[in-house]
Design a binder for this molecule. Structure first.
Ligand SMILES: [Zn+2]
Ligand SMILES: [Zn+2]
Ligand SMILES: [Zn+2]
Length: 512
C-alpha cells in the first residue's frame, strides 16, 4: 500500500492511498482511493515507479490493459432460497385481480417462542430441483438468525440432510416459513417478509438504493444494540425473495388485454453507490470515431403548422374569448350608470371590440392558408357565434390550440400518422374515421361533425404541410447500424444480476 502525494496540494487530505495486490508491479491489480477502479491515474503511476525501485524492475512496463477491463458495478451472488412457496406482494402493490394464494401472514416481530419446525413443504433448493422434507426421517436442529424490521433474534431451526445434494456440500432441507411471515434464505439466515417488503416499498416510492436502505436499517438495529447484515447479502436475499413474489402474469390492460403492444413506463430507476462509480461509465450520447456522421443535419427552425407567428398568437387569444357579460346590455337599459360602472362598462366594451377585431384578423390570416380552416374557424369563433354566446366545444378549442402551437407540426402529425392521414384522404368517408386515431386532436373534432366533406380540404392542407416539413427534415438516409431501435432480447429481470449493462425495470414499477 502506498500513500501518494497529491498534485495540486501538499496537504495530507490531498494524498491518495494506492494499493496493489499481486507479486509483480506489472501484474496483479492496482487501486487508487481517489480514482475509480479501472483507472490508470498519476497516483498509480507514481506508486508503480516507487514499487519498481524498491523490489527491482521486472522488465515490464505498467500495462495499461490491466486498467481497461470494466469493473463489476456490484457484487451479486445469485442463490436460490430454501423458502419456495409463493409470497403475496406488499399490500399497496397488490391488484384486485391477484389470486389469493394464501392468507397474508401477520408481521413477524417478536422473539421466536419455539423452534422453527419442518413441515410438509419444507425443501432444499438442490441445483437439480427441489427435494422435499421426508417426515419420519431423522432431523437435527441448528441455530439461526432471524432478521426482523427492528432487530435480529437468535432462533433454532429444524433441518434434515438433503439426500440429493452431495454430502460434501452439507446441504439441508429446511422449513418454508412463509405462513409465519418469514423468508428462509439458507437455514441460517431468515428474514421477515415485513423487512423485505419495506425495502420493496422504499424502492418503488423513492428509488432507494440497497446500500441506503441497509444503512437505515443498520442504524435502527444499532439503537437496540444489534447488528444488521451487509449490502451484498441483503441484495442477494432480496432478489431471491422477489423471485418468490406472486406477481407474474399481470402485464395486462383492462382495455387491450394481456401484454399490450405499447406500454408507457412512468419512470426509470437507476442508482449506483458512489463506490461503484467507474471512470469507464460514459453517457450513451458520447460519440466515438465509429459514430454515425450526419453532416447534412442542421437546425430547422420553422416547423410550425402556421409560419406566421403573429397569427399563431392571435388564434391562441381568440379561442380564449372574454366573457360577454349580461351587464353590458342591462346597465344601459337602467338609465345613466355610475362613474365606476361606466369605467367598467368601457373596459368591457373595449375588450369586446378588440376581440371582434382579432376574429377578423385571424379569419383573414387563415384564408390565406386554407379556406376550409378559415371557414371552420368562423363557425366556431366568429362574431355570430360570439354574439349568441355559443362557446366552441373543448375539442375544437384544443384543435385550434394545436394549429397555433409553437412546436413542430410533426408533434401533431408524425410520420406514421401522416401515412394514416394520407390513407384516410384516399377515401375520406366517416366510417373510416378511426384511421385518424393517431392524430387524436383531429379525430375528436371530426367525430363531432355531422358532415366532414367541407373539412376534407383542411385535412389535405394538414397533410401537405406535414409532408413538407418531414421532407425538409429528411436530409440523411443513412441506415442505423443496430443499436437504437433493435429489439432487446427478452430479459428476465429476476434472474439478471444488477451489474448487467441493460437497465432493469422491476415489475413493481410496471404494475398497471
Ligand atoms: Zn489516483
Ligand atoms: Zn438438496
Ligand atoms: Zn390498454
Amino acid at each position: 500500500m502506498f500513500s501518494v502525494k497529491g498534485f495540486s496540494t501538499s496537504e495530507l487530505k490531498g494524498r491518495a492511498i494506492v494499493s496493489h495486490t499481486g507479486l509483480q508491479p506489472s501484474g496483479g491489480t492496482w487501486k487508487c482511493s481517489k480514482h475509480a477502479d479501472g483507472t490508470l491515474c498519476l497516483h498509480v503511476r507514481d506508486a508503480f515507479e516507487l514499487f519498481q525501485s524498491v523490489i527491482g524492475e521486472d522488465g515490464q512496463e505498467l500495462d495499461t490493459a490491466m486498467f481497461i477491463s470494466i469493473p463489476s458495478l456490484a457484487s451479486f451472488t445469485r442463490q436460490d432460497s430454501v423458502s419456495h412457496s409463493p409470497i403475496l406482494p406488499p399490500i399497496p402493490l397488490a391488484l384486485k385481480n391477484d389470486p389469493v394464494l394464501c392468507p397474508r401472514p401477520q408481521p413477524f416481530r417478536n422473539p421466536p417462542v419455539s423452534i422453527l419446525t419442518l413441515e410438509r413443504g419444507g425443501s432444499c433448493p438442490c441445483p437439480s430441483g427441489q427435494t422435499f422434507y421426508t417426515p419420519g426421517s431423522p432431523t437435527i436442529t441448528r441455530s439461526c438468525r432471524i432478521f426482523t424490521l427492528f432487530t435480529v433474534y437468535d432462533g433454532v431451526v429444524e433441518i434434515q440432510a438433503c439426500p440429493n445434494c452431495p454430502s460434501t456440500r452439507r446441504r439441508f432441507i429446511g422449513p418454508d416459513l412463509a405462513k409465519q411471515g418469514l423468508f428462509n434464505f439458507n437455514n441460517s439466515i431468515i428474514v421477515s417478509h415485513e423487512l423485505l417488503d419495506e425495502y420493496t416499498m422504499a424502492f418503488v416510492t423513492s428509488e432507494t438504493p440497497f446500500n441506503a436502505f441497509v444503512a437505515t436499517v443498520a442504524h435502527r438495529y444499532t439503537v437496540s444494540g444489534t447488528e444488521f447484515m451487509g449490502d451484498d447479502l441483503f441484495r442477494s436475499i432480496w432478489f431471491a425473495y422477489a423471485l418468490r413474489l406472486a406477481m407474474d402474469n399481470d402485464m395486462r390492460c383492462t382495455r387491450c388485454g394481456d401484454c399490450p403492444d405499447t406500454v408507457i413506463w412512468d419512470g426509470i430507476t437507476l442508482a449506483f453507490g458512489r463506490k461503484h462509480l467507474s471512470a469507464t461509465l460514459v453517457p450513451p450520447t458520447k460519440t466515438s470515431e465509429f459514430s454515425l456522421q450526419r453532416l447534412n443535419m442542421k437546425n430547422h427552425p420553422r416547423q410550425q403548422l402556421l409560419l406566421d407567428s403573429a397569427l399563431r398568437k392571435l388564434i391562441r387569444q381568440v379561442v380564449n374569448a372574454p366573457k360577454l357579460e349580461d351587464s353590458l346590455v342591462k346597465d344601459i337599459d337602467d338609465g345613466p350608470p355610475s362613474n365606476a360602472a361606466q369605467i367598467e362598462l368601457d373596459r368591457q366594451s373595449r375588450q369586446v371590440v378588440d376581440h371582434l377585431a382579432r376574429i377578423d384578423a385571424v379569419y383573414a390570416g387563415l384564408r390565406k392558408e386554407c379556406e376550409a380552416l378559415a371557414h371552420f374557424f368562423l363557425e366556431a369563433y366568429g362574431a355570430i357565434a360570439y354574439s349568441k354566446r355559443k362557446s366552441a366545444p373543448s375539442a375544437t378549442t384544443r384543435f385550434f390550440l394545436q394549429i397555433a402551437a409553437e412546436e413542430s407540426v410533426l408533434q401533431m402529425i408524425n410520420g406514421a400518422a401522416l401515412a394514416d392521414l394520407n390513407d384516410f384522404l384516399a377515401a375520406p368517408h366517416p366510417k373510416h374515421l378511426t384511421k385518424l386515431l393517431s392524430i387524436p386532436g383531429l379525430y375528436r373534432v371530426l367525430l363531432a361533425q355531422s358532415r366532414i366533406d367541407s373539412l376534407v380540404p383542411l385535412l389535405q392542407w394538414l397533410a401537405n404541410r406535414a409532408t413538407n416539413v418531414l421532407q425538409e427534415l429528411s436530409v440523411e438516409h443513412l441506415p442505423l447500424s443496430g443499436g437504437a431501435g433493435a429489439a432487446v432480447p427478452e430479459s428476465d429481470w429476476k434472474v439478471s444480476s444488477p451489474d448487467t449493462t441493460a437497465s432493469c425495470l422491476s415489475p413493481f414499477e410496471i404494475r398497471p
